[in-house]
Write a protein that binds this ligand. Sequence first.
Ligand code: PFF
Length: 433
Amino acid sequence: MQEKKSIHGAWASRWIFILAATGSAVGLGNIWKFPYIAGENGGGAFVLVYLVCILMVGVPIMMAEVFIGRRGRQSPINAMKDVAIEANHSGKWSFVGWMGVLAGFMIFSFYSVVAGWVLYYIAGMGTGDFIAIGSDDAGKVFNDLLADPQTLLIWHTIFVAMVMVVIVGGVKKGLENAVKLLMPALFILLLIMLGYSMQTEGFSQGFDFLFHFDFSELSWNAVLIALGHSFFTLSLGMGAIMAYGSYMPKKTSIGGSVITIAAMDTIVALIAGLVIFPIVFANGMDPGAGPGLMFVTLPVAFGQMPGGQIFGFVFFLLVGIAAWTSAISLIEPAAAWLVEKFGWSRVPACIVLGLVVWGLGIAALGSFNFISDFKMMGFNVFDFLDFMTANVMLPLGGLFIAIFAGWFVTRKMAEDELAISSPLLFNAWYIAL
Ligand code: PFF
């Protein structure tokens, strides 16, 4: 078969693909969500289940996504359609791409609100607002922020603009340049933070908390949370990785790249835990504080430590960068589709998408103030979006992708694209699906 090319361009090398996909994977999920859900679910045993989910479910599905994307060389909607047709099945498989675009919008709308909090904290840390702050006051700063739709709107708007500025540049000038600059910065900042936390008195306690496997604390619900989070953290089940795969050079190993990405994502989550929990324990605070862990507990801890202002600033900057490179991948599939479908340039596509996600974000930020009484299935809008995407839509999308790649695509196509030389490994992938 003659090789297809993407009209959007291609990554310069395999490493750029790995960097971009790692940028998508490493985000608020690793630094904000993973530590607090691990904290709420007892630590060690939860971490172990999470690692098993990454390896047994996440890696095989990510390989499937990359392979479908690279085979189809288009946005997930069109790639699913074309690959299905190539395998003599209905083009209606494009619904998986559609569900992904919807999930991307839904995730973006609450993601951008949290990223907005992060930007607010970067500014607050930088100007010394949290020096020697007590936990009541830190709680008040966070609650006052949540209660103030105008401030939330400003930061949400800035974040949407930051994301659109990258997407408008397209694959090469936008995405590739952004990840080349931001990902090394992210790793350096993370190592600085790890060095800092290793010097605190709480380090061994934090380490124990993450790696002491006590199964009596583990519930079924925790297993489900770990499974859902493994999709969220690897950006699976919604086409983000499929879109990035469609820009991947042909002659590069999918399996090796995916394992590298999953390993880097996992290492960042574990390091984030090793940064956060020691600081929490060194200050005698509660690891199970929930979503406020990063925004209330940590600032108090930083406020009391030597050099806390600088390191607090570095920490939130790191989180902001991580959120930025992830948010890009939430919108890229929809942007690529608009360009393919209507022949638009990226400018109108980004204006339309920017307005859509900006508007949706307003509903998410209103959950904490002007529409706090509005409930769906017992959740406010923000929690509903989080729950529906991480625990329902992404696992469902992942399931469809697994069924599609394992049962509908021909084995020959999969063998061609994955080019795994060991039959044993290929079969292991197939069976995992
Ligand atoms: N993986 C991101 C994180 O852990 O924060 C979140 C995410 C990005 C999920 C992109 C899904 C996605 F398509």
